[in-house]
Write a protein that binds this ligand. Structure first.
Ligand code: HEC
Length: 201
């Protein structure tokens, strides 16, 4: 019997398919482990929840060509220093309020959601809060955000108005903590040029 050439041998193709699947599986596992190290809380890109006790800013990182958050000196939120457990509970609550009120119907978080309102990923860093401090009569950015969230119709600044969702002070406070923590996440420069957003945009 004549020997079949290797290319016609089904065994050859089967072995090829199996080895490619195995190699890709290993690559996938490696990428997953690598991503988890970046995206878990306390990982390379996501700060621990206690970051809400510190000042969040941003700077241009020229080697990457993008704006990245900076974590500075102590700057308490609502005049309280949160322990790791307290900070986690508050931010968890903020996330639940955001989910239950479907803020994503109008806003985006990390780019997910709708575009009726502004993206909220870096909302904490919006220079407009300085103006909102005057409008709401608040002494701090956190208090101005809380007052806006509790009555966005009264303090509207935009062509479009955010409806009053009747958030309690407790709910608004938790949202503010969530937004402050989110602003400290290194999103690889997303949204583009957030560091250059001016008050008039
Ligand atoms: C029906 C649409 C809608 C829903 C739902 C909504 N928003 Fe808004 N939001 C807007 C609009 C429009 C603006 C811009 C209003 C303005 O500046 O006066 C806004 C502005 C904001 C701002 C100010 C952002 C900035 O930096 O300028 C924050 C913070 C915010 N919303 C948070 C929330 C949260 C948290 C929820 C859910 C609890 C929510 N919004 C639900 C429409 C919505």
């Amino acid at each position: 019997m004549a020997k079949v050439s290797q290319i016609e041998d089904p065994q050859f193709w089967r072995a090829g398919a199996i080895s490619i699947v195995l190699v890709m599986l290993i690559v996938l596992i490696m990428l997953t482990v690598d991503s988890l190290a970046a995206i878990t809380v306390g990982g390379s890109h996501v700060p621990p929840y206690t970051v809400i006790n510190q000042k969040i800013g941003y700077k241009l990182e020229s080697s990457r060509g993008i704006d990245v958050p900076t974590i500075g000196e102590k700057e308490l939120l609502f005049q309280h220093e949160y322990t790791p457990a307290e900070a986690e509970a508050l931010i968890d609550k903020g996330k639940l309020v955001i989910q239950s009120r479907a803020c994503m119907d109008c806003h985006t978080f990390f780019g997910n959601g709708a575009y009726y309102g502004p993206d909220l990923t870096k909302a904490w860093l919006d220079p407009a809060w300085e103006g909102w401090k005057g409008i709401t009569g608040a002494e701090t950015r956190a208090e101005a955000m809380t007052r806006f969230l509790m009555d966005p119709v009264k303090y509207r600044t935009w062509g479009r108005t955010m409806p009053n969702l009747h958030l309690s002070r407790e709910e608004a406070t938790a949202i503010v903590a969530y937004l402050k923590w989110m602003a400290a996440v290194d999103t690889n420069g997303f949204p583009a040029n957030f560091g250059q957003i001016s008050v008039n945009q």
